[in-house]
Each structure stands twice: as C-alpha cells, then as structure tokens.
Design a protein around this ligand. Structure first.
Ligand SMILES: [Zn+2]
Length: 118
C-alpha cells in the first residue's frame, strides 16, 4: 500500500548509490547475504542414498558440509569425474547420480573427510 511512496523515496535518494562495503548498488547489497562458511581441515560428510519419488532415480547424497559454494562446486566436479556420473550442488552438500557410495566414500576419505553413514 506504500509502494508509490517507497518508489519515490528510492528514486530521489538511493538510485545509483553503491554500498561502500561491497560496491554493489545499495538495493542489491551483498553484505546482508550469509558469508561463505570456512572449510575445516577435516570436514564431516554424511553419506546417504536417496530415491527420487518420481521415476525412482537413485542418487548418492553427501550432506552436512560447510555452506561454501566454491568448496562444494569443486567437490562436485571431483566426484562427478571420479564416478563418471552427473551430479549437482545444493546449499549444504552435493549429489551424484546413481549408487556411488563406495567411490564417493573413497574420494572423500582421500581428501581427509570424516565420512558418516552410507
Ligand atoms: Zn554492501
């Protein structure tokens, strides 16, 4: 109900401004976004198998990892390569298509992870 007032305010006061901290436009400021979590020397990974409800496709899920997109992307690449399978990244872990528990566990252990479950 205040949309008109707000837009006038935005135009007259903040349009074109950038945040002094992150350098992004003030209304698109990245400072309020959660920071990337630090990755411990020995991250704990929770390994499990999931069946997608539709189609019943099996995926190997590595969960409980730090919320760090660079770390997760990198791990996902390595697991996909090691398994020769597709996969994806989510906020606290990665998924690899198929039942790849043994290969995934081997990769994780080689990288110094503590692996639980599976
Ligand atoms: Zn900012």
């Amino acid at each position: 109900m205040h949309a008109r007032d707000n837009s006038r305010t935005v135009y007259s006061t903040t349009a074109g401004r950038t945040c002094p901290k992150c350098g992004w436009p003030a209304r698109d400021c990245k400072c309020s976004r959660p920071a990337e979590e630090a990755v411990p020397a020995r991250p704990v990974a929770k390994l499990r198998i999931e069946k997608k409800a539709r189609g019943g496709k099996t995926v190997t899920v590595v969960d409980g990892l730090p919320r760090n997109s660079a770390f997760l992307r990198n791990l996902s690449q390595e697991l996909k390569r090691a398994c020769g399978a597709g996969g994806s990244v989510f906020d606290t872990g990665v998924e690899v298509q198929g039942d790849m528990r043994e290969r995934v566990r081997a990769v994780l252990l080689a990288r110094g992870f503590i692996v639980k479950g599976g």
